[in-house]
Design a protein around this ligand. Structure first.
Ligand code: GLN
Length: 303
């Protein structure tokens, strides 16, 4: 497969698209980003790397981190985690409160905010130094020791935390948050503030495509556990646009409001895109187009 040529073709085709999306407004610090950035990076399972555009520039991974926190929690709690978080698509927006009340504080899945906040609570309970241990985990899986939090972004999200604070307090009223609300939120805002380049993000997600093994050969999850998390990314990774993403792209993946998307074709490749202009559902507009072009041109998707 000529990935280099395909990336160039995608890059040219994207330039002719008229884009209507805008930067997120929910985290003030993120509205300072240049909206016209675009990067894309492919890492193949046999060790090749191909990047284009701004693929070596750092951006805020935001909710893409939810796939990494659930992987870490799954690695030591295994199926236990599903007692407190479901595995069903929500059909509602990422920060919705509606379902939580009638489903008695059990979030639909780990990729909506409520579910990710419950996973954050599990990590706060089980890790000795939660923020540092999470950072060490993503540095290890990505092979990139310079990956870090962006403290300004974390603070900016803290300053405007009203909805996530409401979700966490509501979850706590059902007994589904075991730690102090502010401590859990602090962890959650830091995990979302992590910055990576497209290349680092693709390398971080490598184990999802490589039967649980990182690029450096560390077995992070079992093959069966990775199969399950990929299934969840396929059905829930794009909130109430997960069906649309599956229809157009046909790969499991996870998006974030920083404009990043990580997606993968098991046993073949991992791909990361970054373009900060979001569509109405909070997913990167150009990123989705780029990935649709990738699976159309290569014919490589899980379907
Ligand atoms: N930190 C963001 C929030 O909680 C993440 C949302 C997202 O990327 N979809 O609102």
């Amino acid at each position: 497969m000529k990935y280099e040529t395909i990336l160039q073709e995608i890059y040219i085709e994207l330039k002719s698209l008229s884009i209507t999306g805008n930067l997120t407004t929910s985290i003030p610090e993120l509205s300072k980003v240049n909206p016209d950035k675009f990067g894309m990076h492919i890492s193949t399972i046999d060790g090749q790397d191909f990047g284009i555009g701004d693929s070596n520039e750092k951006f805020s991974i935001q909710s893409v981190s939810k796939a990494l926190t659930v992987a870490l929690a799954f690695s030591f709690l295994d199926e236990e985690i599903w007692k407190r978080v479901g595995v069903e698509p929500s059909g509602s927006s990422f920060n919705s409160l509606i379902q939580l009340e009638y489903e008695l504080g059990i979030p639909r899945n780990p990729f909506i905010n409520a579910g990710a906040i419950v996973i954050a609570d599990m990590l706060v309970t089980h890790l000795e130094n939660p923020k540092q241990d999470f950072l060490d985990f993503i540095r290890m899986i990505s092979g990139s020791p310079t990956i870090d939090f962006n403290l300004k972004v974390a603070q900016s999200e803290k300053d405007t935390r009203f909805r996530n604070a409401a979700l966490t307090n509501f979850l706590k009223s059902f007994g589904n948050i075991h730690n102090d609300v502010e401590t859990v939120l602090d962890f959650y805002f830091h995990q979302c503030s992590v910055e990576m380049t497209c290349k680092e993000l693709a390398h971080s997600f490598f184990f999802f495509a490589n039967e649980g093994k990182t690029k450096a050969g560390v077995q992070v999850l079992t093959q069966s556990q990775v199969k399950r998390l990929n299934a969840l990314m396929q059905t829930c990774g794009f909130y109430d646009e997960s069906g649309e993403f599956t229809y157009r792209v046909g790969l499991p993946g996870k998006s974030g409001i920083g404009g990043g998307i990580a997606a993968l074709f098991p046993k073949n490749f991992v791909v990361a895109t970054w373009s900060p202009r979001l569509n109405k559902k909070g997913n990167s507009e150009l990123g989705m187009n780029a990935l649709e072009l990738l699976t159309t041109k290569t014919g490589m998707s899980v379907f």
